[in-house]
Design a protein around this ligand. Structure first.
Ligand code: PDD
Length: 284
């Protein structure tokens, strides 16, 4: 069965939700994306913890305990091939007459889970890196919530596509870096991996944590601090990370080359470590 919807497993074609669902009406919900390597979910507990943080952030009670979530996700994973996949979890405030305040009394939330094949960055993207543009981060002030209302992210990501680029780098208040439209951003300067702080202005990425752990355990110095826009252009390397894109080198920003315009040594090391980790820990 393809998908999980409100307690049932069914083919995708049979999954239906009413048009008055508050996810459809208001974008009133949260989501998660969990990689699955060889039928093993990657950092499931961390993703479920972040889901809880997102639900708390929108004041929606978690419909399931961690154990219930694990059982649902294991059922979704069981029929998958050994190829890489990801699970997409989506919870909305449920179906009610259209009115902005929360339904009172509350209605059951809508809970949806699907799996999809994970398409990896192409060989060319790995060896050449990706070009990016900077855009103004015009989102709200709770970007730590993984909200399904992604209109600003969609528009920013499309602006990068329109410019022939692979990602939009978001700059807050015309001054400092927050993240990418659907990724976290790292900077390398003089051998140090720099990352913006996990605060309310960015999504606390699970891959972000993995990168910092891999750096710490392999002698790459790192520092967490605010990164100013102009630092991007004098960086030795820039990296982007996400569950679906893993780690990629950013080799130009707004048409200006980063470093020598090629993926750098820290990218190559972290990319290699991530692949080894997947092969040896996840696919064993
Ligand atoms: N997005 N920042 C934003 C705004 C994101 O949407 C994502 C991931 C990340 C990286 O988080 P993680 O490493 O936990 O995937 C950062 C997912 C992949 C998506 O929306 O499809």
């Amino acid at each position: 069965m393809d998908v999980y919807l409100n307690g049932e497993y069914m083919p995708m074609e049979e999954a239906r939700i009413p048009v008055l669902d508050r996810g459809f009406m208001f974008g009133d919900g949260v989501y998660e994306v969990i990689p699955v390597y060889a039928r093993r979910p990657f950092r499931m507990r961390d993703h479920l913890q972040r889901l809880q943080h997102s639900l708390d952030g929108i004041r929606l009670p978690n419909p399931h305990s961690v154990e219930e979530w694990e059982a649902i996700l294991e059922t979704m994973i069981a029929p998958l091939s050994l190829d890489d996949h990801y699970l997409y979890l989506h919870i909305t405030r449920g179906v009610a007459r259209r009115d902005h305040p929360f339904p009172n009394p509350p209605v059951p939330p809508t809970v949806f889970v699907m799996s999809s094949p994970l398409t990896h960055p192409s060989a060319e993207q790995v060896t050449q890196g990706v070009a990016c543009i900077t855009v103004q981060d015009n989102r709200w002030l709770r970007c730590d919530i993984k909200a399904i209302s992604l209109l600003p992210n969609v528009l920013m990501r499309q602006a990068s596509v329109d410019a022939g680029c692979g990602e939009a780098i978001l700059i807050r208040d015309d001054s400092f870096l927050t993240e990418g439209s659907a990724s976290n951003i790292f900077l390398v300067k003089d051998g140090v991996l720099l990352a913006p702080p996990k605060d309310h202005l960015m999504l606390p990425g699970i891959t972000y944590d993995v990168m910092l752990e891999l750096a710490a355990s392999h002698g790459i110095p790192s520092q967490i601090r605010k990164i100013m826009k102009e630092e991007l252009f004098s960086a030795d390397e820039l990296l982007l990370t996400s569950s679906t894109r893993e780690v990629m080198a950013i080799t130009s920003v707004d048409g200006r080359p980063i470093g020598n315009g090629k993926p750098g040594p820290i990218f190559e090391q972290l990319y290699g470590l991530y692949q080894t980790f997947k092969r040896e820990v996840m696919r064993k």
